[in-house]
Write a protein that binds this ligand. Structure first.
Ligand code: ATP
Ligand code: MG
Length: 350
């Protein structure tokens, strides 16, 4: 019996048992995650109440209860009470128990599978563009050093001081290019992992951003205080999150709200590794949203929607998160842009 419980608790599929009035009699942790409610809050609640916008599904369940026939449905759209739409594969089995019938329901979120496939593709592309950038950086920096040195030598021999203005331009532009290339290659120092508190990271970023933003912007916190510390490089996480919060603050152009949010996810898959505990850190703003034409590409280097942007902030942020074996995604529409970071908190059991 204990073994069964262990299996149920570790399934990524939601398993629910309903009584003959479609009230929840049992639910596994994946189900609690799906509905954003704890088992204690959810037991005894009617499914009609939990899924008020799914009359068709409820009708099918009633038929199954009455007829005793199981059914399965693929790619079923379900609207949750909080408005979230999810796509699931659904299997329903009527179980005769003590003279009545109960329903065993298994829901497998399909969105998650699609997401994992997309993510693998991204990691792939990412490795390719990294290799390309490193190669290019090397090819650019070598001749750049020569160019700069020659300009300095030339400057010393110039007969006319006025001409030195041109050699200084060469030197300045060479320096600018060099620092750009350095940023593109990203922080090269190995991660210095230690026990890290995500809220301290958020608070650090918050104070930095508040110091440089106008009064019209507020930065609110929505933290899960029960979150444990986890191994990470706090300095690099500060850099990553700062880049994202700065973008939000720039997008708000002096007016609006930024939310910093922390949550925990259980049994969550990143890439191909399933983790028991994953931190979900979110940065949300109510600005205009990421421009349509760059939305698909914002994590690539040199993609910018700002006149004075270099398009490296998110590229670097993503690099840092990936080096922590995490993942970052962006969901954006006018008045709601969310950058969501997932970081494994140890105990990867993939
Ligand atoms: N919260 C946001 N709201 C709206 N647009 C955003 C947001 N975050 C990022 N963007 C868009 O994504 C682009 C890329 O961001 P990224 O940080 O990579 O580069 P940048 O801010 O343009 O330049 P850099 O950070 O290198 O100075 C931004 O120019 C902006 O157009
Ligand atoms: Mg930026």
């Amino acid at each position: 019996m204990n073994d069964c419980r262990h299996i149920l608790e570790n399934l990524t599929a939601t398993v629910v048992v309903l009584d003959s009035s479609l009230r929840i009699r049992a639910i596994n942790p994946a189900g609690e995650m799906l509905f954003h409610l704890s088992a204690r809050q959810i037991l005894g609640i009617g499914l009609r109440e939990l899924l008020p916008h799914n009359a068709a599904l409820i009708g099918q369940l009633e038929d199954s209860l009455e007829s005793g026939h199981p059914f399965t449905d693929h790619g079923l759209r379900v609207t949750l009470a909080d408005g979230r739409d999810i796509t699931v594969d659904c299997a329903v089995t009527p179980l005769p128990v003590d003279g009545t019938t109960e329903l065993l329901i298994e829901l497998t979120p399909v969105d998650r599978l699609l997401r994992i496939a997309r993510e693998e593709r991204m990691l792939d592309q990412r490795a390719t563009s990294r290799a390309l950038i490193r190669g290019l950086a090397h090819e650019i920096k070598n001749p750049l050093g020569g160019l700069r040195g020659a300009a300095q030598l030339l400057e010393r021999r110039l007969p006319d001081d006025e001409l030195a203005e041109y050699t200084r331009i060469i030197i300045r532009e060479a320096d600018r290019l060099r620092s750009l290339v350095d940023r593109m290659v990203g922080p090269n120092t190995p991660l210095n992992k230690r026990s890290t508190n995500i809220h301290q990271v958020f608070e650090h970023v918050r104070s930095l951003v508040l110091a440089e933003t106008p009064d019209g912007i507020s930065v609110r916190r929505d933290y899960d205080p029960s979150l444990p510390d986890f191994p990470a490089d706090p300095d690099q996480l500060i850099q990553a999150i700062l880049n994202i919060v700065r973008n939000a603050s720039q997008a708000l152009a002096g007016k609006g709200t930024i939310w910093l949010r922390s949550r925990i996810e259980r049994q969550f898959t990143i890439g191909q590794l399933r983790h028991r505990l994953v931190l979900r850190a979110e940065i949300e703003d109510n600005g205009p949203g990421v421009p349509d034409e760059i939305r698909e590409h914002i994590f690539y280097p040199m993609i910018t929607g700002r006149a004075d942007g270099t398009g490296l902030g998110l590229f670097i942020a993503q690099d840092i998160i990936h080096r922590h074996d995490g993942m970052i995604e962006c969901i954006s529409r006018p008045l709601q842009t969310v950058f969501r970071i997932y970081l494994p908190m140890g105990d990867g059991n993939g």
